[in-house]
Design a protein around this ligand. Structure first.
Ligand code: BGC
Length: 516
């Protein structure tokens, strides 16, 4: 049932009060370190994704994906880099398992390359060798007590499906569902944590709006909304397939990984700025989370903004498509836990954006700036603003009714040449994980897991190999792609071992060691 206006107003008020509470923190309180541990059984993990690490782009019958085509034909990625070999994980599975074991992670988040399993995107092209590779990986993880956390789709759409218009086409809903159905049936006896789609907002906006990522469709006014609509329905359908056919026998859970920056209002005492920041949260996270976790429908902020802009643009209807009642019921509640990918925080303020050309970005009516007081990283617009994570987690708790939350990506870029000394990453993890701890311990947010990004330096999409997110360095000039732990790997190992940051009482000896 739809919530009444009164409840919605109240919820918005709660979110505003939350902002007031945090924004009035002194700098000292904001930066204060909190000691303590996470709950028993906390899921400590690390992540990767198929195109970024596997290589073997055409090995053993794999079909091309849109990222193969893009990287092999574009010259916009630094050094014209591609994922043809990447970390060569397709041939170096044992090395990957070794690193995971040494880190003592509880879970490993990786993705399946759809076109390695179905080279042309559909079941009739099944490639058994691709299936064998994932079976070996999954069995290797289970043998070492590492839970596989499997993303079904992390951006690498089979090229053959792009030929029928990719996610702009509603046909993709059934095609994706059949691929998921196959994966549940094939791997679900061992995989108990499924993520349907990684960062649908990035797919919709970068892939079909800005067009800077494949399939490079530049249709900023319509593309993102059409694609998001199909992605949401595709996710919901896969969820129901799992629910109807597999859940009872396999007993796993299924969700979707949504990306969310934290949007901090530029001036928390100005209502318009607070509303703009809330709108920023809705345009990025709520676009997907609101239908899935709340009522099957888009957030009011989107419906209002896009509807009004469309009307002023003289269009007969909103560029934001609408769901039927039946579709809303089908979409609502299609995630067992809340999975969020988080990298940075933006300072948000209200603007009245231009009307033309029609664009998702101009529908927002807000602008984003970088946080002044925070360290920069190797990716200039990803500053280290750890306190944003605590606020984001609280916002999710408030907005979506205290779901169980898994942080499914969090990490920082350093220069590619960083080998051992990645102290900037150590600082990043120390600060960010501590903010997750505060959210859990002090604020009562149900944080169930944390996934560091990433296992090793890999192909970083539009940044190629210029930056690395890895806790392990990979020597890309060496045909063996040798992997070496960085300082952060040791640091993360200790956090996992301690289950957080327990307060240690040091017993100090007053006698001088030199005299003993
Ligand atoms: C993607 C990851 C990637 C990270 C850093 C995220 O948005 O999901 O695959 O490694 O960004 O580039």
């Amino acid at each position: 049932m739809d919530q009444c206006l009164h409840c919605r107003g109240l919820q918005r008020l709660c979110r505003f009060l939350l902002l007031q509470k945090f924004s009035s923190q002194s700098n000292f309180d904001r930066k204060m370190y909190h000691y303590g541990t996470f709950p028993e059984g906390f899921s400590w993990g690390i992540s990767s994704s198929a195109y970024q690490i596997e290589g073997g782009w055409n090995a053993d019958g794999k079909g091309p994906s849109i990222w193969d085509t893009f990287t092999q034909t574009t010259n916009t990625i630094p050094d014209n880099a591609n994922g043809n070999v990447a970390c060569d994980s397709y041939n170096r599975l044992n090395e990957d398992l070794y690193m995971l074991r040494a880190l003592r992670v509880k879970s490993y988040r990786f993705s399946l390359s759809w076109s390695r399993i179905f080279p042309d995107g559909t079941r009739k092209s099944l490639n058994q060798k691709g299936v064998d590779y994932y079976n070996r990986l999954i069995d290797g993880l289970i043998a070492h007590n590492i839970e596989p956390m499997v993303t079904l789709y992390h951006w690498d759409l089979p090229e053959a499906l792009q030929k029928v218009n990719g996610w702009e086409s509603a046909e993709m809903i059934d095609i994706f569902n059949d691929y998921c159905d196959f994966c549940f049936a094939t791997f679900g006896d061992r995989v108990k944590f499924w993520i349907t789609i990684n960062q649908p907002q990035t797919i919709a906006w970068s892939g079909y709006g800005l067009g800077n990522m494949p399939p490079n469709v530049k249709d900023p006014g319509y593309g993102p909304y059409i694609v998001a609509h199909n992605l949401i329905k595709a996710h919901a359908k896969a969820y129901h397939t799992y629910d109807d056919k597999y859940r009872q026998s396999q007993g796993g859970l299924i969700s979707i990984a949504l990306n969310a920056d934290w949007a901090e209002p530029k001036d928390v005492s100005v209502r318009r700025e607070v509303v703009a920041a809330d709108r920023a949260m809705q345009f990025q996270l709520g676009w997907f989370a609101h239908p899935i976790f709340k009522n099957g429908d888009y957030p009011d902020a989107l419906k209002w903004q896009v509807g009004n802009k469309s009307e002023i643009q003289g269009l007969p209807q909103s560029r934001l498509p609408s769901f039927t009642e039946e579709e809303k019921n089908f979409i609502k509640g299609t995630a067992d836990v809340f999975c969020v990918n988080h990298y940075t925080t933006k300072i948000v303020s209200h603007v009245t954006a231009r009307l033309s050309p029609a664009s998702y970005e101009y529908d927002w009516d807000f602008k984003e700036e970088e946080e002044n007081d925070s360290p920069t990283t190797a990716i200039p617009n990803q500053k280290v603003v750890a306190w944003g994570l605590r606020r984001l987690l609280n916002w999710i708790k408030e907005e979506y009714g205290d779901p169980e939350i898994y942080i499914t990506e969090n990490g920082v870029a350093t220069e590619a040449q960083t080998t051992w000394d990645d102290s900037a990453r150590v600082f990043f993890y120390k600060a960010y994980i501590d903010e997750a701890l505060k959210a859990y311990k002090v604020d009562g947010v149900t944080v169930k897991g944390y996934t560091a990004t990433s296992l090793m330096d890999s192909f970083e999409w539009l940044n190629g190999y210029n930056v690395g997110f890895g806790l392990h360095h990979v020597d890309f000039s060496n045909p063996n792609r040798s992997r070496t732990p960085k300082y952060s790997a040791h640091f993360y190992y200790n956090i996992i071992k301690d289950n957080g940051f327990p307060l240690r009482v040091e017993i100090c000896s007053h006698s001088s060691p030199n005299l003993q």
